[in-house]
Design a protein around this ligand. Structure first.
Ligand code: XMP
Length: 477
């Protein structure tokens, strides 16, 4: 039997190359997420229940990356998260929420709360726009049984289809309003422009967007049960890309799921994983995927290697998949084990087009969960999706309740539950990550990621080399 050598980020360094870059702003981080989708930064937030729901996905898209909404939600909940991302940043909201003028204030309050919006357009019995109700109209209305038609703002300023962003800005400014419905000649609502969305667009020039100018968002599906129904609902909600999410992606389960999804939804952009070998990548490519997710046992909360003895050190896993993926023009996502911008740079230099991140983005304002305090320090929970806690959580969601004893006997966890320090907003972390990778490109004498991949020369280092690479012989403040 032959032993292969497996290396990971801490085993190597990138050899510095001549660089003509004089400022990090000369570097370009745009990359391919999948066959047909591009990103402006090579970062993806992990489809984990302590990392990505709509808040995280919105910020990831604004920064130029993408978030993948995890699948441990009901189909309706997950589709709603996708929709929230889509509605968070389009210039024109295509199907604004509406309410009948004969409904009550309470109905409007309930509906606005359910949809998490601050205003509703009001329709008459012929579905024509007759008014608008916003937070301001509703909040201090003491009698919640009042009819909407009695409390709404009636003289709504509207515009016609085809209004440009600049024209919309002028109208919003002139009338000092925040919402501008688009209404055609017959009085039918065609959409809604809000000042918040226009501001967002101007504030985030590198945002990753779909063809309608809405933020990109992805969502994960599993390989069992309702995955086709889930796929359909997520695509209907506007998901740009789906991720077939299974720990052992080089498996019949994954391959048949990819085939079934591609057969039922041929236009669905599909990522699948996780795999850790060239053969794994090849089999998923042959099944029809548009990108492969590489990483088995590398994640910070993974114990797959401990429990099963299986896995491949992350850098070698990426490198092994590079040739076959390049031959088929299928991007690689390096998933797991990224602790620093240096790790991300090494993954990209080794052949990944983007990097999926969990723990670095956990513990932020945008990650799901509450901030806990322990010994005066603030934390958030970050857990493996194959941890016992995550498994119990989702079983109780699916089945209503379960017997703890029963499950403990059945379940072999391949992930742990952990706490990560509270870190504030993801935006700051992404700035550090992208800044580090930009500098990394410069050290490789590269202006962009594909140049870095061509220029990259890795050098293996000894334990002494690794120790020398860390701060040493000083007390770090
Ligand atoms: P990082 O290192 O960024 O890794 O925290 C995130 C990735 O870890 C994977 N993941 C798991 N792997 N058991 C595993 O073996 C688990 O319970 C588990 N949960 C997540 C996943 O690929 C994620 O993107």
């Amino acid at each position: 039997m032959e032993f292969k050598e497996g290396l990971t980020f801490d085993d190597v360094l990138l050899v510095p190359k001549y660089s003509d870059i004089t400022s990090r702003s000369q570097t370009n981080l745009s990359t391919k997420l999948s066959r047909n989708i591009s990103l402006n930064i090579p970062f993806i937030s992990a489809n984990m229940d302590t990392v990505t729901e709509s808040s995280m996905a919105v910020v990831m898209a604004r920064a130029g990356g993408i978030g993948i909404i995890h699948r441990f939600l009901t189909i309706q909940e997950q589709a709603k998260e996708v929709l929230k991302v889509k509605r968070s940043g389009s210039v024109i909201i295509e199907n604004p929420y509406t309410i009948d003028q004969d409904k009550t204030v309470q109905d409007a309050l309930d509906y606005a709360k359910e949809k998490e919006v601050s205003g509703l357009l009001v329709l008459n019995s012929e579905s024509k726009l007759v008014g608008i109700v916003t937070d301001r109209d509703l909040l201090f209305e003491k009698n919640t049984l009042h009819l909407i038609k009695d409390v709404m703002t009636k003289d709504v300023v509207t515009t016609k289809p085809g209004t440009s962003t600049e024209e919309a800005k002028e109208i919003l400014h002139k009338h000092r309003i925040e919402k501008l419905p688009i209404v055609d000649e017959s009085g039918t609502i065609n959409g809604l422009i809000t000042s918040k969305d226009i501001t967002n667009i101007e504030d985030y020039p590198s945002a990753s967007k779909d063809q309608k100018g809405r933020p990109l968002v992805g969502a994960a599906v599993g390989v069992k049960g309702d995955f086709l129904e889930r796929t359909e609902n997520l695509l209907d909600a506007g998901a740009d890309v789906l991720v077939v999410d299974i720990a052992h992606g080089h498996s019949e389960n994954a391959i048949s799921t990819i085939r079934n999804i591609k057969k039922a939804f041929p236009d669905c952009e599909l990522i699948a994983g996780n795999i850790a070998t060239a053969k794994g990548a090849e089999d998923l490519i042959n099944a029809g995927v548009d990108a492969v997710k590489v990483g088995v046992g590398s994640g910070s909360i993974c114990i797959t290697r401990v429990i099963t003895g299986s896995g491949v050190p992350q850098l070698t896993a990426v490198m092994d998949c590079t040739k076959i993926c390049r031959d088929h023009d299928i991007p690689i996502i390096s998933d797991g084990g990224t602790r620093t911008s240096g790790d991300a740079t090494k993954a990209l230099a080794a052949g990944a087009s983007s990097v999926m991140i969990g723990s670095m983005l956990g513990g932020t304002d945008e990650s799901p969960g509450t901030v806990l305090t322990k010994n005066g320090k603030r934390f958030k929970v970050y857990r493996g999706m194959a941890s016992l806690g995550a498994s119990l959580g989702r079983k109780s969601k699916e089945a209503g309740s379960i017997s703890f004893d029963e499950d403990l006997n059945d379940y072999v966890a391949e992930g742990v539950e952990a706490m990560v320090p509270y870190k504030g907003t993801v935006t700051d972390i992404l700035k550090q990550l992208t800044g580090g990778v930009r500098s990394g490109l410069s050290y490789c004498g590269a202006h962009n990621i594909s140049q870095m991949q061509n220029n990259a020369e890795f050098i293996k280092m000894s334990r002494a080399g690794f120790a020398e690479s860390q701060p040493h012989d000083v007390s770090v403040m």
